[in-house]
Design a protein around this ligand. Structure first.
Ligand SMILES: Cc1cc2nc3c(=O)[nH]c(=O)nc-3n(C[C@H](O)[C@H](O)[C@H](O)COP(=O)(O)OP(=O)(O)OC[C@H]3O[C@@H](n4cnc5c(N)ncnc54)[C@H](O)[C@@H]3O)c2cc1C
Length: 451
């Protein structure tokens, strides 16, 4: 055995069983079968031959030092190849604990593999809350922040805006802490997986609060267009669901905090009627998977997401894409897309419109820009959806459209980079952290690293 190979193998043995590839074991229920690893939606099969499940930051570091191309794998909820690697995926699913609630400094620290659903209820039991959540609790906090995942609310930044520090295993295997004061913070947190593997994430918290959700149906588009800002400000978090047809927004979901002033919205709201039962955003589906509605107050973690942990979120068999534009263009953009409703509807399950407050993350689509996000949950019809995505991107191009990094898009990478003011800074920092390109993959090579 050559010396180099011997050292590599000995280190593997010393480090223990976690360094045995785990690719023959299911990772999560769902699309993770023997040697075939797919994303949650099943539309993408990961090409990385190896999967490792380390049990500590030190084990992550040992893996990062030894392996060549690699990538952290979260809960697999992205719809594209962002979490893939030509060689190795490292899942932190064994690192999913809530570590510390610091009541004095108002932070919670969780391990890098923790899904929101793993710790939010326990955090609430200690009297604390996060500022916002996405539509589902099934995603990891690190994976969500890496792609600037967001909920809704004119005053709410994306989920990464709650981050106060991360513990990062850099491509050289060093374990470093990057907090808000660190000059690289705004690049690394929404880092698209380019800087290494986050083993701990510290999030800002606030006193726990209750939320009620009220749903209104069939909002006339004319009313939405005339009162967009009022409607989107009617609650702490507001979502519009639409299938783009009949000049109606199908559902308005208004989530209001019980510790803020609550007025009676009545049975009719800007021409929309109050729902008389719990609804799924796709009205034909059972609302069993959805969080409680009908104005019944409940804890923040069980109202801010649309979908409950323990149930399949959304429709299940689907594709997703989402596009961000400056908030002031929301109504014009809506009306532009509405004109395509005959093309879109046959392939659509539902669309959702949300607002997101500006933030400071270099690669966030909401960087220094209050934004509106127009989301599409598509039927699993890849060819038709691909064609429609290009058409929608072209339609939204005059508004400076930016796609969700974790969903399907086809914007030309060169044009896309030009829309990010801090792109050059991000690229140079990513190269600095990862000179050998250990964390590069086909996604980053296409969208971030110029050829
Ligand atoms: C049903 C459904 C509903 C959704 N709802 C929303 C929504 O409401 N709002 C929204 O904005 N998006 C939404 N999304 C998209 C989803 O939030 C993002 O795709 C998110 O990034 C998924 O996180 P994940 O844990 O599954 O990460 P993965 O898909 O596994 O990975 C995403 C990226 O994060 C990186 N990463 C993961 N873990 C780490 C780590 N420990 N260290 C460093 N990098 C890491 C990966 O390398 C990869 O680059 C939804 C997706 C689905 C399927």
């Amino acid at each position: 055995m050559k010396r180099k190979e011997f050292i590599k193998r000995s280190t593997l043995m010393v480090a223990g069983s976690m360094l045995v590839p785990y690719s023959a074991t299911p990772l999560n229920p769902g699309n993770m079968t023997q040697n075939i690893r797919k994303n949650w939606a099943g539309n993408y099969q990961y090409k990385a031959p190896n999967l490792y499940l380390p049990g500590s930051a030190e084990e992550v570091s040992a893996l990062v030092k030894m392996k060549d191309p690699q990538k952290a794998l979260g809960s697999r909820h992205c719809f594209n190849n962002i979490a893939d690697s030509p060689n190795t995926q490292i899942s932190l699913q064994k690192l999913s604990r809530m570590l510390e609630v610091d009541k004095e400094n108002r932070t919670v620290t969780v391990e890098g593999g923790a899904r929101y659903g793993d710790f939010c209820e326990a955090l609430d039991q200690q009297g604390f809350a996060l500022h916002n959540l996405a539509s589902l609790p099934h995603i990891t906090a690190t994976g969500a922040c890496a792609t600037a995942t967001h909920g809704s609310g004119v005053g709410n930044g994306n989920l990464a805006t709650a981050v106060s520090a991360v513990e990062l295993v850099t491509p050289s295997g060093d374990i470093v802490t990057i907090n808000r004061e660190h000059q690289d913070f705004n690049a690394v947190v929404v880092g698209l997986g380019a800087f290494g593997i986050i083993t701990k994430i510290k999030l800002n918290i606030e006193p726990s609060y209750q939320v009620r959700q009220d749903i209104f149906q069939e909002l006339p588009v004319e009313m939405m267009a005339d009162h967009f800002d009022e409607i989107m400000s009617a609650g702490y978090s507001v979502s519009l669901f639409t299938d783009w047809r009949y000049k109606k927004v199908s559902q308005v979901w208004i989530k209001r905090r019980m510790d803020q002033e609550i007025s009676d919205l009545g049975d009719e709201y800007y021409g929309a009627r109050a729902a008389d039962r719990n609804l799924h955003p796709i009205v034909a589906l059972s609302a069993e998977n959805c969080t409680e509605q009908m104005g019944v107050p409940g804890p923040w973690w069980n109202r801010l997401p649309h979908f409950k942990m323990g149930f399949t979120p959304s429709g299940g068999e689907e594709l997703q894409s989402e596009f961000f534009i400056p908030r002031e263009n929301a109504v014009d953009a809506y009306l532009a897309i509405e004109k395509m409703s005959d093309e879109i509807y046959p392939h659509l399950l539902i669309s959702e419109i949300r607002t997101i407050k500006a933030d400071e993350f270099w690669m966030s689509p909401c960087y220094q820009q209050d934004s509106v996000a127009i989301h599409y949950t598509w039927k699993q019809q890849p060819a038709e959806v691909k064609a429609l995505i290009s058409r929608i991107e072209a339609e939204l191009e005059p508004y400076g459209v930016k796609p969700h990094w974790g969903k399907l898009f086809s914007v030309d990478p060169v044009a896309l980079r030009e829309r990010y003011e801090r792109y050059e800074d991000f690229l140079s920092l990513a190269r600095n952290y990862d000179p050998e390109g250990k964390f590069r993959n086909a996604y980053l090579d296409k969208n971030i690293y110029p050829v």
